[in-house]
Design a protein around this ligand. Sequence first.
Ligand code: PRP
Length: 215
Amino acid sequence: MSAPPLTVALAKGKVFDGALRRLSEAGYGVPPGLSDSSRRLVVDSLDGRLRLLLVKGGDVPTYVEYGAADAGIVGHDIVAESGRDVLEPLRLGFARCRLVIAAPTERAGQPLHRRMALRVGTKYPRLTRAYFEDRGLSVDIIPLSGSVELGPLAGLADVIVDMVETGATLKENHLAEVDTLLESEAVLIVNRASHTLKADAVGELVAGLSAVVVV
Ligand code: PRP
């Protein structure tokens, strides 16, 4: 009897196409034409070795920590923000970006003052809090779920903490980088129990993906 498939949660969005490509290059039979706008949320690989779960990026570490997925492919930034207890055995070398603090261009050269009311708009409240606490700065964190760059333009936030890939969105909205909090790229994460109990299948996945990672 063949082993049950290894369940892998794939983050929809920026990481999705790259993740499918690497799985395919690693020799897993990924069904052609699969897209993250698909209504199907569970897709088995053609060779039956993987069961893919299509989930929102922020949910991937949750699925993996609870063991609903043995492994996941998602941005390192999302894993770090989640605080979930998962293993992260492999960086995958694509979807590279940086989590930065950015301010309106005319103020970007000024220090972040030790004043009580610096308002920081972000999709990354945990990492943002840790950054400012490390520096002894008291800030008002304003959690947002998208289009964070609008915050300073609309007077909602003084500065933002957000991902930068090309820098085009910052530039377009008259914002400039002040500091980098985190370097990110797509990563493979693995459930702690699966790492031991399904060591052969997990080892095969790590080795297969390692072989196709371009650093
Ligand atoms: C991300 C990020 C920036 C943008 C950066 O947003 O939050 O807004 O990409 O990319 P760039 O440096 O290449 O311009 P995303 O596209 O995920 O949308 P969102 O802002 O609605 O979350």
